[in-house]
Structure formats: structure tokens, C-alpha cells
Design a protein around this ligand. Structure first.
Ligand SMILES: O=C(O)[C@@H](O)C(=O)CO
Ligand SMILES: [Mg+2]
Length: 276
């Protein structure tokens, strides 16, 4: 992100925060699948660091040896925040348990090798002919197995609800549904990835949800609907939303998972403008 000159603190205290002190500085990481696409993937690490980011996330590290990615992270002085489980075998697919397990084991190997904070265990879309309940039951069973594998590794797991317009038939129905799954698992290393873009499209009521689900939220991702460009290009009231996240004392990362409207670095001004 651009140099951290502190801007004015937000003056609006959102409803539901009861005036708790909003002191935490929000930390943004660059999603290298979405940002810096002007450059080949290998060059995005240095570009992100040069733009001021200290952390990165990307869905798929699997095209590269973990040692090579670890070297790039280290050379650029970046932390790995998040990787996804391999796209081919999401957790909700009946009859693909062996594939899910192999994919998760590979993800865990990479996450440990990269020092990644999180693995996003992708829920996926229910295939035609598979009922909601069946897909959901598979998702929960696979996730519980994955949580057992991750225990003691220091890698935490995330689940994400995706909007039904972009991802029809997605196995999770929204943020509260994701929270209920996390609660039922009753473990401290599985949490919500609250993707603000998806939540706004299907649900709205963002400040209330961010505030209520704060204890179960390990990570946020941001993009502005309808275009999925930078915050400030669409319909969300970002100053108040960021103030609500800050007011809850959140000290984790916020992933920039958006498609830049123009050149990536030229579009980063929203951080100072809306989040400081
Ligand atoms: O929101 C998204 O699209 C991502 O976070 C993702 O992981 C894609 O499955
Ligand atoms: Mg997301």
C-alpha cells in the first residue's frame, strides 16, 4: 500500500460499535491473482512490495515449487497470508473425498512451506442433481477432516460464502451460514473469510454483519460491486465499513481481491482516502 501517512480517523462511529475506541490501523494485503496483472505472476511479488504491501495472497501456488515462492516472498520482504485449496476438488462434492483430501494435504504442505497464515478451504458449487443438504453435509465432513489435519501446524482454515449471482448453487448461503459452520466445528483454527463483495451482493447490512460476526472472522477481502473494482468505485460506504472493522479491534489482514479499474498502482489511492 502507499506510504502510511496517517489520514484523518473516521468521524462516524457506526451503529453497533457503542463507541469502542477505533485505533487499529488496517493492514491490506495484495491478491496477486487480481492485482498487478500488468506483470507476469513471478514479477508481482516485487511490484507489490514496491507499492508498499507487506503481505500477499493468491488462490493457487501449485504451478510453482513452494521453495521458489518462499524465495520470492523472502526477497521481497512479504508475508504469505492465504492460499486456496486446489480448484479441482472443492469440499462439497460427493464422491470426490479422496481428491479433496489429496488436494487439502497438498495445500497444507504449501501453506507450511510458505509460512501462510491461512488456507481457504473452498466450498464450491453443488453439481446438478445433488441436493443442497447432501452437498452441505459433504462440505462439513470434509472441513472437519481438514481441521484435524491442520491442528498443531499453525495454519488456520477459512471458509467463504460466495454470492449466488457469480457462483450459482454455492454450498454456503451467506455469512451467518458460514458462522454457524464454524461454531458447530467448535475449534479455534477455523474461521470466516468475510468477502465484502459477495456479502454486499447477496446480503447487504454489512456493518451489522461485520460487527456481529467479528469473533468468528479471521480474514476479510474487499472489492466494490457491481464491477468488482477498487473500493470507492461502486456502491459500498467504505469509510463507515472500515471504521466498523477497526472499531471491533481487528488486527488481521484485509485482502485486496479486486480487478483494478486501470493500472494497479494508480488505483491504490483509496487506501489513504477511505481506510485511514
Ligand atoms: O471470492 C473469491 O472469488 C475468492 O476468494 C476465491 O477464493 C475464489 O474461489
Ligand atoms: Mg473472495
Amino acid at each position: 500500500m502507499p506510504p502510511r501517512t496517517r489520514g484523518a480517523e473516521p468521524t462516524v462511529v457506526p451503529p453497533g460499535t457503542h463507541g469502542e475506541e477505533a485505533t487499529a490501523e488496517l493492514r491490506f494485503d495484495a491478491n496477486l491473482k487480481w492485482l498487478f496483472t500488468e506483470l507476469p505472476f513471478e514479477a508481482r511479488f516485487d511490484a507489490a512490495a514496491a507499492a508498499g504491501f507487506r503481505g500477499v495472497e493468491y488462490s493457487s501456488p501449485y504451478e510453482y515449487p513452494a521453495a521458489e515462492l518462499a524465495r520470492r516472498l523472502n526477497d521481497a520482504g512479504l508475508e504469505q497470508v492465504l492460499i486456496n485449496t486446489p480448484a479441482g476438488a472443492p469440499a462439497c462434492l460427493p464422491g470426490r473425498v479422496a481428491e479433496f483430501r489429496a488436494g487439502f494435504s497438498l495445500a497444507l504442505e504449501y501453506a507450511v512451506g510458505l509460512g501462510s497464515d491461512f488456507i481457504h478451504v473452498m466450498g464450491g458449487r453443488r453439481p446438478a442433481g445433488v441436493s443442497r443438504d447432501r452437498a452441505f453435509a459433504h462440505f462439513v465432513t470434509n472441513l472437519a477432516w481438514a481441521a484435524e489435519q491442520a491442528r498443531g501446524t499453525g495454519v488456520r482454515l477459512l471458509i467463504e460464502a460466495q454470492n449466488k449471482r457469480d457462483s450459482p448453487g454455492f454450498v454456503l448461503d451467506g455469512q451467518e451460514h458460514a458462522a454457524a459452520v464454524v461454531e458447530a466445528l467448535d475449534t479455534d483454527h477455523v474461521g470466516i473469510m468475510f468477502d465484502v463483495y459477495h456479502a454486499q451482493i447477496d446480503e447487504g447490512d454489512l456493518i451489522t454483519k461485520v460487527t456481529a460476526l467479528r469473533p468468528r472472522t479471521f480474514h476479510y477481502q474487499v472489492a466494490d460491486p457491481p464491477s468488482r473494482h477498487e473500493p470507492g468505485t461502486g456502491e459500498i460506504g467504505w469509510r463507515n465499513l472500515f471504521a466498523a472493522i477497526r472499531a471491533g479491534g481487528y488486527d488481521g489482514w484485509i485482502g485486496c481481491e479486486y480487478r483494478p479499474a486501470g493500472e494497479t498502482v494508480a488505483g491504490l489511492g483509496w487506501i489513504e482516502e477511505l481506510a485511514r
